[in-house]
Design a protein around this ligand. Sequence first.
Ligand code: C2O
Ligand code: CU
Ligand code: CU
Length: 496
Amino acid sequence: SDLPFPFQRRSIHLKRRHFLSLGVATLAAPVIISRRTVAAEPGAPLPIPDVMEVGPGAGNILSAIKGRAELIPGVESDTLGYGQDYLGPLLRFQRGRTASIDVENRTDDPITAHWHGMHVPGYLDGGPQLAFGPGKTWSPELPVDHPAATLFYHSHVHGRTAEQVYRGLAGMIIIDDPEIDDPLPRDYGVNDFPLIVQDRSFDRSGRLTYDLGMMGRMQGFHGDDVLVNGAIRPKLTVPAGLVRLRLLNASNARIYDFNFTDGRQFHQVASDGGLLPSPAAMVNLRLAPAERAEIIVDFSDQSAVRLVSRNVGSGGMMGGGNNTATLDVMSFDVGDASTSGPVQLPGFLPATVSDLGEPVRTREFILNISSGNMISSMLNNLIGQDRQTMGINGEPYDMSRIDQQVQLGETELWRINADMMTHPFHVHGVSFQVVTMGGRAVNPAAIGWKDVVHVEGPTEILIRFDKPATIDTPFMYHCHILEHEDAGMMGQFTVG
Ligand code: C2O
Ligand code: CU
Ligand code: CU
């Protein structure tokens, strides 16, 4: 099809006066105002990532490259991407078919390609042990054994994940299941859209910057502008009917609480690992880093609307920044009526949430901001030293230490809690069910298959481990605030 190639140079004239006037204002202001919101023209069309259908055999090449992307019209930023300047193509895998990919590294640093949410053995998972250097190629053959879902891929080099993902080494995966009759809109780029949401900051000249400072080291990076598929506050024209939006929070640390400006109701139909048993009506949807949600929005009333997010803090001792602000995400215009797709939302969905049985073991995990004491950790962060102050169960990540050994095929209960902040906890190689959140029992079926759970108090998840991982390429569990992960809030486990 002739979908627009993402991040093509757009012929939008540069509104230089914004930069000049803001530049002067910034110089005259106190030094604490080191960042500003870029007054870029909103409303450029949403870039729709190219699709790369990946099956067996050679020729599916994903080249990590150094890019120059015009994230702000008229200004090029140094970026990274898989096969393009920023982000990567939409990878489409089919259940029951092997997906063979050649991941090439044409950047200057080691990278990986981690298939976040996929159920593959450790040696195919793309975790930190599988980092490979410039000029090298990694060619995994992925057995696709996963229900239809919206997944995530990104680089996962220990200590560099945050900056590499920030610069663009990330993308979306859609898994199709030919055995299942998907009753929802599924015409890609027509009534089914990927929305990769990321917050970013730009310097006064409009170039992408990644500056952490003390708050960023403690709470993770929070940017001033929201990008969707690499465009700032873009506009999407949708058909007048039911539209499926696949939301991926690919931000380093920001939690979104999405809602539409007219307060309209929408339905969540899938979470991280696949479809829910039935559509869930809501007016706002919270997504922590790396969480996904598929939603169905009814645009048949033809009114234009904006998608915004309430600013959510990650709580705790440091506060959450400017909690009252609303972030602009993107806008929707409505065109003609749909020519394809269902006109009514089905009452039930072909969900796959199954009974995992009784846990044979319980493990406890405490996510620590500081493995020593809080004051020394804050001082270390203040002077920019010792990034290894975060950990799990009192220990920062150590690539040469196996933290847990799990038996293949067994179901376990994992109890997770945190000190001082909330954290999105992620486990590799599995989908799990949430049984307790914030100390309260929840209905696992209604939440669906998850691989990230936002830990806001005592949290319990039920996991069955169906894929093996050896000591050479163990699976990870970690906080998906990427700055926390890089600083050591990660552990690793074998399954065998
Ligand atoms: Cu999104 Cu360890 O991964
Ligand atoms: Cu992962
Ligand atoms: Cu964290």
